[in-house]
Ligand binder design. Sequence first.
Ligand code: ADP
Length: 235
Amino acid sequence: MSGKGGVGKSMTSAMLAVAMRRLGYKAGILDADITGPSIPRLFGVKGPATGDGESINPIASRTGIEIMSINLLLDDPEAPVVWRGPVIAGAVKQFWQEVVWDVDFLFVDMPPGTGDVPLTVFQTLPVDGIIIVSSPQELVGMIVGKAVQMAKMMNVPILGLVENMSYAVCPDCGKHINVFGDSHVDEIAGKYQLPVLAKMPIDPELSKEADAGMIEMYAGDFLNGAADAVAKLIK
Ligand code: ADP
């Protein structure tokens, strides 16, 4: 989950699934961001997904990560999804109930905020835990506070926080530059007694691989520790 869009929530979902694969687990991603789906593009996968009218098969990425996204079902992936909330929530339900998942860990890429879709996900899926993604630019205290309250209402634990775009590394001297100012994530994590699972830098190599649909080829291992921690927390 994230408070707003553009902080790298999809990127984190994708890289967590990649890290799980690297650890030897079967991983999948349910793209619940119905109006802004970006998972297929990151992995370079295309539809149409096949099915028999009752069940739908996810599409496997090049390393075998199972993916389901509205973009794999639409005839024209560029057509906007102009649907009302209940229809969107229905699609998310179908992605869980009708898709034939064969995974150890399924990551759900939520739309930003605490609206209809997160509510549907928490009510329909047996969610083991929430990972909150934020960037240093945000009012992370407020976002975490809201997520903590929603998690309590839904009886789902928060597994930890991931800070994305934490810093950039100078290509000449290796110095870390806090592009978006100083991070408050440790302070907030301490306040709510949550672990910081990872701090991911802004990395042009990562966005290059993402834009080329080759996210699995990215050599960075910033989320490996987070995936390992999540696997231990859940198993
Ligand atoms: P969200 O899902 O929160 O809306 P995305 O994961 O789609 O955000 O990320 C927004 C944009 O920023 C994408 O173009 C993505 O490739 C880029 N991006 C995200 N994280 C990083 C990073 N750590 N380094 C470089 N580019 C990033």
